[in-house]
Design a protein around this ligand. Structure first.
Ligand SMILES: C[S@@+](CC[C@H](N)C(=O)[O-])C[C@H]1O[C@@H](n2cnc3c(N)ncnc32)[C@H](O)[C@@H]1O
Length: 309
C-alpha cells in the first residue's frame, strides 16, 4: 500500500480517503445555518465525533468480519473506552436483535452521550443499550460476542504486563466464538513531533503529536480545534499513551490467550496515493509514513468458515 507521505490522522479509524481534504473558502455549515463555529459556541465532544469517529463503517467492518470468520452476524457488542458511546448507538440501531454495552470511566462523557444520542432514540433501541461507568480492567459483563476498543484507547496501558492483563480481561469477557476488534497506528511519522491539520465542516481539526520518547515509546498527543474567526480550543483532548507496534500487540494478544489475531491493512487509492478505506487481512504491510490498521483477535480458533447468506 503506497500511502502518500502526507500522513493520515492517526486519531481516526475511518477511511483515510476522506481525510486531508483541501481547505474550503467558506464553511458549508455556516452557509447552511448562518452560524459560524467558534471556540466559544462549539462543543468538544461534537467536534471529536465529527473529526474522528466513523461508527457506521466500523460496524460494517465488524459485520463483514463476523460473516467471513463465523458465517453469521453477531448480536452482542461491548464498546470499551466508549466515550459518548456512539458505536453502541449505531450497533443497537442496525438490528432488532442487537444489544450493546458501553464501558467508560468518565461520568461527564457518558452523560453527554446520554443526552445527545440515547435520549433521542426510540425506546426499543435505547433499551438495548447499557452504559456502565466502570474501569475496563475490572468491569464484569455477561459474555459478549464482540468487544471493540477503538481509536487506540488501550495504548493508555503503558506497562506491557498491564496491557496483557487488559487483553486477558477481554478474552474472559468474550463468548467462546467471540472476536475482539481494536486498531493501531504507526509509520515513520508516528515517531515524530508534528502537527497535522484537517479542514472540516467549519472548523480545523489538529492532531498534535507533541512528544515522543524513543526510549520508552511514550507519546503525548493533543487534539486542538481551530475556527475561522481565529479562535482556538486548545488541548480539547490529551492522550498520554505508549506507541505499541503491531508485532508487540499480536504477541500480547497471544499471551493473553487469544487463539489468533489478524492484521487488516488498508488498501491504496491509486489516484491519490492515500488509503482507500478498504481493510483486508494481510501479513505484509508497507513502510509508509502513516498508517492505521485494524486487529481482529479470535478467542478460540474458528469452527466454521461458511459465508452467511
Ligand atoms: C480516546 S477516547 C475513545 C472514545 C471512543 N471509544 C472512540 O473510539 O473515539 C478514550 C476514552 O477512554 C476512557 N478511559 C480511559 N481509561 C479507561 C479505563 N481504564 N476504563 C474505562 N474507560 C477508560 C476515557 O474516559 C475516554 O472517554
Amino acid at each position: 500500500m503506497a500511502r502518500s507521505n502526507t500522513k493520515s490522522s492517526p486519531s481516526s479509524s475511518s477511511a483515510s480517503s476522506s481525510r486531508n481534504k483541501p481547505a474550503k473558502k467558506k464553511a458549508p455549515r455556516a452557509r447552511r445555518t448562518g452560524v459560524w463555529r467558534t471556540a466559544a459556541n462549539s462543543d468538544r465532544h461534537e467536534l471529536y465525533e465529527l473529526a474522528v469517529q466513523e461508527v457506521v463503517s466500523e460496524c460494517d467492518f465488524i459485520d463483514k468480519t463476523w460473516r467471513k470468520m463465523r458465517g453469521r452476524l453477531a448480536s452482542t457488542l461491548r464498546e470499551d473506552f466508549c466515550g459518548t458511546a456512539k458505536a453502541c448507538t449505531e450497533w443497537a440501531r442496525r438490528r432488532k436483535t442487537n444489544h450493546a454495552i458501553g464501558v467508560d470511566l468518565d461520568e461527564s462523557v457518558i452523560l453527554w452521550g446520554e443526552h445527545r444520542h440515547r435520549a433521542n432514540l426510540p425506546e426499543p433501541i435505547s433499551s438495548r443499550i447499557t452504559i456502565l461507568q466502570a474501569d475496563v480492567m475490572t468491569v464484569e459483563t455477561p459474555a459478549v460476542e464482540t468487544i471493540v476498543a477503538m481509536n487506540f484507547s488501550y495504548f493508555i496501558f503503558k506497562e506491557r504486563a498491564t496491557l496483557v492483563r487488559y487483553f486477558r480481561r477481554v478474552w474472559e469477557s468474550l463468548a467462546d466464538d467471540g472476536l475482539f476488534f481494536c486498531d493501531a497506528y504507526g509509520g515513520s511519522e508516528a515517531h515524530s513531533e508534528v502537527e497535522e491539520e484537517r479542514h472540516l465542516d467549519g472548523f480545523t481539526y489538529v492532531w498534535d503529536q507533541n512528544k515522543y520518547n524513543p526510549i520508552t515509546g511514550d507519546v503525548l498527543n493533543h487534539i486542538h480545534f481551530r475556527f475561522p474567526d481565529g479562535s482556538e480550543m486548545k488541548r480539547a483532548f490529551t492522550y498520554a499513551w505508549r506507541l505499541y507496534s503491531l508485532p508487540e500487540i499480536q504477541d500480547m494478544l497471544r499471551e493473553a490467550g487469544f487463539a489468533s489475531s489478524t492484521i487488516y491493512w488498508e488498501g491504496t487509492n491509486h489516484k491519490s496515493g492515500e488509503g482507500n478505506g478498504i481493510f483486508r487481512p494481510s501479513t505484509r504491510g508497507e513502510a509508509c509514513a502513516g498508517w492505521i490498521a485494524y486487529i481482529v483477535a479470535e478467542k478460540r480458533a474458528r469452527k466454521t468458515n461458511r459465508r452467511a447468506k
